[in-house]
Design a binder for this molecule. Structure first.
Ligand code: 13P
Length: 388
């Protein structure tokens, strides 16, 4: 079960001077290729799902596949929402299994970025989920994916970076120091002085977006100056597309066209893991990182003063209301099969992380439902939270 807390994973990377790749996936070929590389390289890995790519796949299905891939992995895995567009997406991503979140407010002015990000941090930390904030703006320049990041590059100001972290409470800071999303035009020029100044002021894991196109030496310079997570997509997409073009002929069907795509993605991912120096780090991350495990919140109860139909209505309302609370994975309601059971009814509310025990208890939707609907008719009850 090597889904691990992303904060522990990146703290380990930061302290030990390497970076974990946040590899964006857009299909099962990507997911399998990335995981194959992580296993081969014994590397921690971040599976990244970017909202700007949601038109290419069904987010819910891709998350189910990503969680399944993480659960069967022998290397530590975190699952991250990349460039989320709203609080709603963040809540949904956490519900589906993301244990790292970014909602991109970097195109807003400083104060607005702070306000939006702080609200996100409050929600996500209530679910035990760390947050990546971006200050400055990493634009796209040309080629695959660049069009999804319009506008000009805005460099991160070191003085603002420390203030941003203090005011928002973000766990990781994505900085803009000269990288761009998408293919690079010529040799990218990185402002390493700026990165060094940010690292000195901030003293927590930094993130680089737009990893494609940097040289091995540049990756090393980034890591030596506090970068612990590097986002990487376009080169994987180009490796896949190159393979498909090479497979092209009049007879090639869908599966023939995709032949070799997974291994091309895997090869490029493995190369990154070597350059980012995350190869071989899996075991030491597993030794120090908290495993990411859900909590089962169980309530067994009897009712008084309402009939069977009203119990059904109570359960339906509970599923609807409680299922929307951040950090709730699902709400299951049931009746005892045995007529003589000590308790006739049950709730099973699954939380993504133990932090949700408190945030759920205090959430206004839970308080209102419990006080107005449930507790008045269910005085006879027991509840317990347990982890499998
Ligand atoms: P590249 O596509 O330039 O590698 O950048 C990926 C990225 O930063 C995703 O957030």
């Amino acid at each position: 079960m090597p889904l691990v807390h992303m904060k522990d994973m990146l703290q380990h990377a930061w302290e030990n001077h390497y970076a974990v790749g946040g590899f964006d996936l857009v299909s099962l070929d990507f997911l399998e290729g990335i995981m194959e590389a992580a296993e081969r390289e014994s590397s921690p890995v971040i599976l990244s799902l970017a909202e700007s790519h949601f038109e290419y796949y069904d987010f819910q299905l891709a998350m189910a596949a990503s969680v399944a891939a993480a659960e069967r992995a022998s290397v530590p895995v975190a699952i991250h929402l990349d460039h989320g567009a709203s609080m709603e997406t963040a809540v949904e991503a956490i519900r589906l299994g993301c244990n790292g979140i970014m909602v991109d407010a970097s195109h807003h002015p400083f104060e607005q970025n702070v306000a939006l990000t702080r609200e996100l941090v409050t929600m996500a930390h209530g679910c035990g989920v760390p947050v990546e904030g971006e200050l400055g703006y990493v634009a796209g320049v040309e080629g695959e994916d660049a069009e999804r990041h319009p506008g000009e590059v805005i460099y991160t100001q070191p003085e603002e970076a420390a203030r941003y972290i203090e005011e928002t409470g973000v766990d990781f800071l994505a900085v803009s120091i000269g990288t761009v999303h998408g293919r690079m035009r010529g040799q990218p020029r990185l402002d390493l002085e700026r990165l060094r100044a940010i690292n000195e002021k901030v003293q927590q894991p930094l993130v680089i977006h737009g990893g494609t196109g940097l040289s091995d030496a540049q990756f090393c310079q980034l890591i030596d100056n506090g970068v612990a997570k590097i986002n990487y997509y376009t080169a994987l997409s180009d490796a896949a597309a190159h393979t498909i073009r090479a497979n092209m002929n009049d007879q090639a069907g869908y599966t023939r066209l995709l032949d070799g795509v997974r291994s091309a993605i895997s090869k490029e991912t493995a190369r990154c893991m070597q350059v980012f120096r995350s190869s071989g780090q899996a075991e030491s991350v597993l030794a120090c990182a908290q495993p990411w495990r859900p909590v089962e919140h169980v309530i067994l109860y009897n009712v008084e003063g309402i009939d069977s139909g009203q119990v059904d209505a109570l359960m339906a309302e509970g599923r609807r209301v409680l299922g929307q609370i951040p950090g709730v994975q699902r709400v299951i309601t049931g009746r005892a099969i045995q007529k003589q059971a000590r308790y006739a009814f049950a709730w099973l509310v699954e939380f993504v992380h133990p932090a949700v025990i408190d945030s759920y208890r205090d959430h206004p939707a839970h308080v209102a439902f419990a006080d107005q609907h449930f507790r008045p008719v269910a005085g006879d009850r027991v509840s317990i939270d347990f982890q499998t």
